[in-house]
Design a protein around this ligand. Structure first.
Ligand code: GLY
Length: 264
């Protein structure tokens, strides 16, 4: 399909954990302030996992004064030749996008969003054939309408999904590891919202965090440590889990995909 950004995941941008990471936003998964030193260690392991799956990783320096700056997924939506720069849905994150736009302008056309829009990249999933756009506390109807139109102009259909109030982003409770398959968290998403998928791998509600994964064409799938039922279900579905500790990223409501912006 012309205009579709492929899902091969060969190159990714990540950003280091900030010195003030303990002040990162946290509403859903956090039970305590995240441990910044442990988060740095886990981030290093995460980068190593990406590299072990064949991803060329570019590591950006910390953005001073932005405790959430490691969550680069939220800053842009990448199309084949254009990067749509998000208008973050939380004011404390607004200052993260300028430096990403500068970096992405080296190889993409830059499309800024209108001022009345709000969008975090964590609310957008490309399934391989279409975009799923979550309406959440971070992405408003104007943001979803803008991105739907932008995608339609590139022959990419989009569907809007209501993100439940129990969670931050659409990607927090689901991921699409291969065309036609979604991994989704029970108690957050409903079967009727996922009828476009041939296969749903349900994650038990008490393992909801594990619904966010990063899969590759060869069947390897990066998945968070500590969620044995989900890991077993994913393995039974034909994937080869690459398990990484994420506890201190989870404390700041960050998931695996939040830490990467795939650009190729
Ligand atoms: N801590 C991630 C976010 O709330 O944006």
């Amino acid at each position: 399909m012309p205009g579709v950004f492929d899902r091969k995941r060969r190159r990714a941008i990540v950003r280091k954990i900030s010195e003030d990471y303990e002040d990162a936003l946290s509403t859903y998964f956090g039970t305590k302030r995240p441990d910044q030193v442990a988060a740095k260690y886990q981030h290093t392991g995460y980068v190593a996992a990406l590299e072990s799956c064949g991803v060329e990783v570019e590591i950006l320096e910390v953005l001073e004064g932005h405790p959430d700056c490691c969550f680069v997924e939220d800053t842009a939506i990448i199309f084949e030749d254009t990067a749509v720069i998000c208008n973050p849905g939380h004011p404390s994150r607004a200052g993260e996008v300028e430096s990403i736009a500068k970096r992405l302008s080296k190889e993409f056309e830059i499309q800024k969003m209108p001022t009345d829009t709000m969008m975090d990249g964590g609310d957008v999933i490309f399934t391989g054939t279409e975009l799923l756009i979550g309406l959440s506390t971070r992405t408003n109807a104007n943001g979803a309408a803008f991105l739907s139109k932008f995608a339609a102009e590139r022959n990419i259909p989009a569907q809007i999904i209501d993100v439940p109030k129990t969670t931050l982003h659409l990607t927090t409770v689901c991921s699409v590891p291969r065309n036609g398959t979604i991994i989704a968290a029970e108690g957050h998403l409903r079967p009727d919202q996922l009828e476009m998928f041939e296969e749903v791998i349900w994650v038990p509600e008490d393992e909801a965090y594990a619904a966010n994964t990063i899969a590759f064409e060869d069947g390897r799938i990066i998945i968070s440590e500590g969620f044995p039922i989900t890991i077993e279900r994913v393995r039974n579905a034909g994937f080869e889990p690459v398990i990484v500790p994420m506890s201190e990223i989870m404390q700041a409501d960050g998931s695996l995909t939040c830490l990467s912006l795939f650009i190729g």
